[in-house]
Structure formats: C-alpha cells, structure tokens
Ligand binder design. Structure first.
Ligand SMILES: [Cu+2]
Length: 183
C-alpha cells in the first residue's frame, strides 16, 4: 500500500514537473520573435584581395530585401549568390558548397527573368573603378528565415546565367548569414 502511494505520488510529481516544463517552453517560444534582419560579413578568400563589406537581409512586407555595400571589388560584374553552407573555413571558399537550392530546381537562373532558378541565385553585383559595389533588390520568393545560417558568395567573374552555375568562376569572398538585431 505504502509503496503504491509513494509510486503514485512520484508519478503525480512527474506530471506536474512535465506540465511546468511545457509551460516554460511555451512561454520562451512566445517571447522569441521571428528575426526581421540578418547580416553577412564578407571574408576574403585567398584570391579575394582586399574585398570587404556587409550584406544585409531585411524582412519586407513580402519576402526579403537584399542590400550590399562592398569595397575592394575588382571593377565589373561578379556573380552573387546564396550558397548552401554558411562555412567560410576553406581558403578557396568552396566549403560554402553549391548554390542554395531548397526547392531542388537544379536550374541556374537570372532572378530578374527566370521564375525557375536556385533560390540563392541573386544575379550579379557590379563594382565601379574605385572598387565600390552596391546592391539593393527585393525578392518576394526569398523567406528570411530560410536563408539563416547559409552562405553568401561573391565570385571572380560575371554570372552569365549559363547552366549549371553561371560560369562565374572562383570565389572572392564568403559570408555567413546570421540573425541581426531587428530594425
Ligand atoms: Cu555562387
């Protein structure tokens, strides 16, 4: 009898403990707001020279606005993509993997034209003679939450939108997309 009472008391205690844990978890979840801004700071690869800059991703009314301000970029167009991995650890930038393609389209494309493309295909970023490059485009189909933790790559050459990856050559810089303080 006594043992049984103890057992049921313990069981009741466990139920209370579990309920408390669940309530705490729920509160924590409710307090955590969905990210509205993310940033990637570029790290030059071994061929990236003095390239530097920050790419900002802002949650818009629909989709994501991508803004970049870079310096030290060789004049001209450079392929600019979100890549699969947020991994800037290799000197050639290849640890960032291939183009971010969560929909599995396996098709490279020009974001201003192609409706079917790797979601990470952001086209080109163009630098002037002083090495300054800016970018400001909004993508209705690019959810901010989905790109967090992935990588951004600035390529050596222009993206000509040829298959399979746009012939943009090597990688000048890699950044990792991380959650930033909102606004
Ligand atoms: Cu790329």
């Amino acid at each position: 009898m006594r043992t049984r009472n103890l057992a049921s008391t313990a069981a009741a205690g466990a139920v209370v403990a579990l309920a408390t844990m669940a309530a705490t978890a729920q509160n924590a979840e409710m307090k955590m707001e969905a990210p509205t801004k993310a940033v990637a700071v570029l790290i030059p690869t071994k061929t990236g020279g003095s390239i530097a800059g920050t790419i900002t991703f802002r949650k818009g009314e629909k989709g994501t606005r991508v803004l970049a301000e870079l310096t030290g970029v060789p004049a001209g167009k450079h392929g600019f993509h979100i890549h699969e991995f947020g991994d800037a650890s290799s000197p050639d930038g290849k640890a960032a993997g291939g183009h971010f393609d969560p929909k599995g389209t396996k098709k490279h494309g020009d974001p201003s034209k192609a409706d079917v493309r790797h979601l990470g295909d952001l086209g080109n970023i163009e630098a002037d003679d002083s090495g300054k490059a800016t970018y400001d485009k909004e993508y209705p189909d690019l959810p901010l939450d989905m790109i967090l933790g992935h990588g951004v790559v600035v390529h050596e050459k222009a993206d000509d939108f040829g298959q399979p990856v746009g012939n943009a050559g090597g990688r000048l810089a890699v950044g990792v997309i991380g959650v930033a303080k909102g606004n």
